[in-house]
Write a protein that binds this ligand. Structure first.
Ligand code: PEP
Ligand code: MG
Length: 325
């Protein structure tokens, strides 16, 4: 099976019954493009821009960001690159970036909340992204959206960034897709309304599991409850799929869940076709996809959604897919 994974790594990710799936890479540094390409990623599904700040111990300037993002899109051209705006604080705390220590960082001034309180930093980043979009295929992704007001405020920041770029006579492209991470339960419950304001969703299961199960994703004492296949998590994903389908917007998943083969039958059965993961996982996931039928996965999901415990779900998938896991 290992040898097959290698041999098939350059083949398209199409299920046995002919459904094409996009497999994209999650990266934190531009240098990881090499690994994304080696593993035949269809694009970058998540560029975690906060790592540049965390490494520099300060916010980069607009021009520094433009240089990095421009390099990235040119290297990936013509494949798409989804650039996520700063997701600092929470599990990405750095005292040089924001010295305020919070009692509950996961529930604190994290990601878009921080950006909306620090508009200058946010607008500089948006300007860099729109400028880089003149050189390649970019999508703009906003993390940790928890209500409609936030996306409305984000859009007014984008408008301000565009006005500044126009008055500075900069070359840029403002016609790029805007998406939000769905990683907070309130966003799942408001997915239909949020879909009216954006072009795509990307489900962030790392945080969606944390916030749905009320467990700190870094706390080993509650790691046993960090369950991607927990029925509650699957219901959250299904609600998000339903909203994206009804509102006809694109749907991605970029949490670690998408990079673990045991989860693939459920994800494909629920209707996901764009999966972003650690680049090293792509060949294994591709092999899984090429071996399975979406028609069967759809039926499996009907059974799985009837189970009450994670163990029944895991046992069912392990039995049904024992030859591919
Ligand atoms: C997620 O939460 O699933 C995600 C992809 O983002 P991060 O791991 O950077 O929080
Ligand atoms: Mg997240």
């Amino acid at each position: 099976y290992r040898a097959d994974i290698e041999r098939e790594s350059h083949l398209p990710a199409i299920t046995a019954d002919g459904i094409p799936i996009n497999l994209l890479a999650n990266i934190e540094l531009v240098e990881e493009v090499v690994s994304a390409k080696d593993n035949k990623a269809d694009g970058i599904g998540l560029f975690r821009t906060e790592f540049l700040c965390l490494d520099l111990n300060r916010f980069p300037t607009e021009d520094q960001m433009l240089q990095k993002y421009g390099e990235l899109v040119e290297l990936m051209q013509p494949a798409p690159v989804t650039i996520r705006t700063l997701d600092i604080n929470g599990d990405k705390f750095n005292p040089y970036i924001d010295p305020v220590e919070e009692a509950n960082p996961a529930l604190g001034l994290r990601a878009v909340r921080f950006c909306l309180e620090n508009e200058g930093i946010f607008i500089a980043q948006i300007k860099a992204i729109l400028r880089a979009a003149a050189f390649g295929n970019i999508k703009l992704l906003i993390p940790m959206i928890s209500c409609v007001e936030e996306i409305i405020r984000v859009k007014s920041c984008i408008d301000k960034a565009i006005l500044e770029l126009e008055s500075e006579d900069k070359i840029f492209n403002k016609d790029i897709p805007l998406g939000i991470m769905i990683e907070v339960p309130s966003a799942v419950m408001m997915a239909r309304e949020l879909a009216d304001h954006v072009d795509f969703f990307s489900i962030g299961t790392n945080d969606l599991i944390q916030y749905s199960m009320a467990i700190d994703r870094r706390n080993r004492r509650v790691a046993h409850l960090y369950q991607a296949l927990n029925p509650a998590v699957l219901k959250m994903i299904r609600l998000t799929v339903d909203a994206a389908t009804e509102k006809n917007i694109d749907l991605y998943m970029c949490g670690e869940m998408a990079g673990d083969a045991i989860n693939i039958p459920v994800l494909l059965g629920l209707g996901l076709t764009n999966l972003s993961m650690n680049a090293g996982a792509i060949p294994v996931i591709k092999k899984m996809i090429r071996s399975m039928n979406v028609s069967k996965a759809r039926k499996d999901v009907q059974v799985i959604l009837g189970f009450q415990t994670v163990q029944e779900i895991v046992d069912y998938i392990q039995t049904e897919y024992r030859d591919f896991l």
